[in-house]
Design a protein around this ligand. Sequence first.
Ligand SMILES: NC(=O)c1ccc[n+]([C@@H]2O[C@H](COP(=O)([O-])OP(=O)(O)OC[C@H]3O[C@@H](n4cnc5c(N)ncnc54)[C@H](O)[C@@H]3O)[C@@H](O)[C@H]2O)c1
Length: 415
Amino acid sequence: MGATSNEVIRVGIIGVGRGMSFAHGCKHVGMELVALCDIWEERLLAAGEQLGVATYTDYEEFLGHDMDAVILANYFHQHAPFAIKALDRGFHVMSETMACKTMGEGVALCEAVEHSGRIYMFAENYPFSVANQELRRLYQAGEIGEVRYAEGEYNHPGEEQWRLSISPGFNHWRNWLPPTYYCSHALAPLMCITDRMPVSVNALSIIEEATQTPRNTKVSDVGSVILARMDNGAVFRIWGLMMSSISRVRYELHGERGLIATAEPNHWANVRIFHEPWLLREGQQQDVTYAPDWPAHGDLAEAAGHGGGDFWTNFHFANAIRDGQQPYLNVYRGTAMAAVGIQGWRSCLEEGRPMPVPDFSDPAARAPYRDDHWSPFPEDAGPGQPPPSLRGIIPPAPEVAERAREYWASLGYHE
Ligand SMILES: NC(=O)c1ccc[n+]([C@@H]2O[C@H](COP(=O)([O-])OP(=O)(O)OC[C@H]3O[C@@H](n4cnc5c(N)ncnc54)[C@H](O)[C@@H]3O)[C@@H](O)[C@H]2O)c1
């Protein structure tokens, strides 16, 4: 198992929605797609035919396919058990966000990676836009000194039909997702630029409407603001989800000697550096905005989705397998980002009380969370489990539910 530098890495993908992006991109980094898995058979067969690879509706059977690595693009909150199964069977794993839906799953996932000795990569793509890679270069070169405060924003608003098309089924995770759980697009770039890790969070949830009359199938809240205390004492503010936004993604880092940020008109591509005049050092410009070049592979990155990030996640996963070294976005960073979302929701439900974020790389620090199965998702409902909204659980209004059912049926999805 594994691949030397010249060997093709044979990969299988579970989930043919988002998974198709990995499927199309993996050939650019020496990976060969050999199998697909999905429970939505119609879509699976269409994808399998288009790509000319084996198809499976059953994950266990899929894991019996002769391959080296598995990419997880199944439901957002179901990655950890699928990752653990694949690692236990000797496969390298790259997992979409989120790495784990509970703190207990986070502990189990770290242990599975450690025991397996296989590569685990958390597939966060937002750190790899050309702007965010340039911010990392600047920060690591000392442009602003040590970070003291940073902001990350990710917002993806959309009209009803789009929302329904990406969340088929009343129990689909997107309809239940507490807003803090999708924090990694806003948080990961800040962590990657600065190498800092979260140690605690305070968060507040933003409710969609004050009335009790739901206009759509989403029972969870529309956005959140998380304040994370980092391991160097800095404060990172992470906000967004489905709120109106001009920039959609935006990152800004304030250090001891100035600030660096993504910039208008395109926050994937433009960077701004600003220094107070009295903090300028020799060779620095006081206020400059520019479009940086890619560090490498610009042509492939430009052709990939999410500001080029979709090329770089495949690239780093393949390199990690070839080098036999865990990637930068390893299981500990993946579980830390999940923990910010989970502990952030705990904080929201207590109107901002601080909650700790353990260092998952430390067995003693993570041990208290081993049996923590606190989950807002509908399949885990029961005593002691939290709601997905500050307002509790308000089911969709009958006319909303009927519209949704009709639309999902037109997509070929039936409850
Ligand atoms: N990084 C990004 O930019 C980005 C963008 C979009 C989606 N995502 C992530 O990708 C994942 C998938 O999202 P999506 O947009 O494709 O929507 P989705 O979650 O609705 O799709 C998941 C797919 O997995 C399949 N699936 C679910 N359970 C399965 C099982 N047990 N066995 C086999 N197949 C199963 C579903 O049928 C579906 O086709 C999520 O984690 C999401 O957060 C990431």
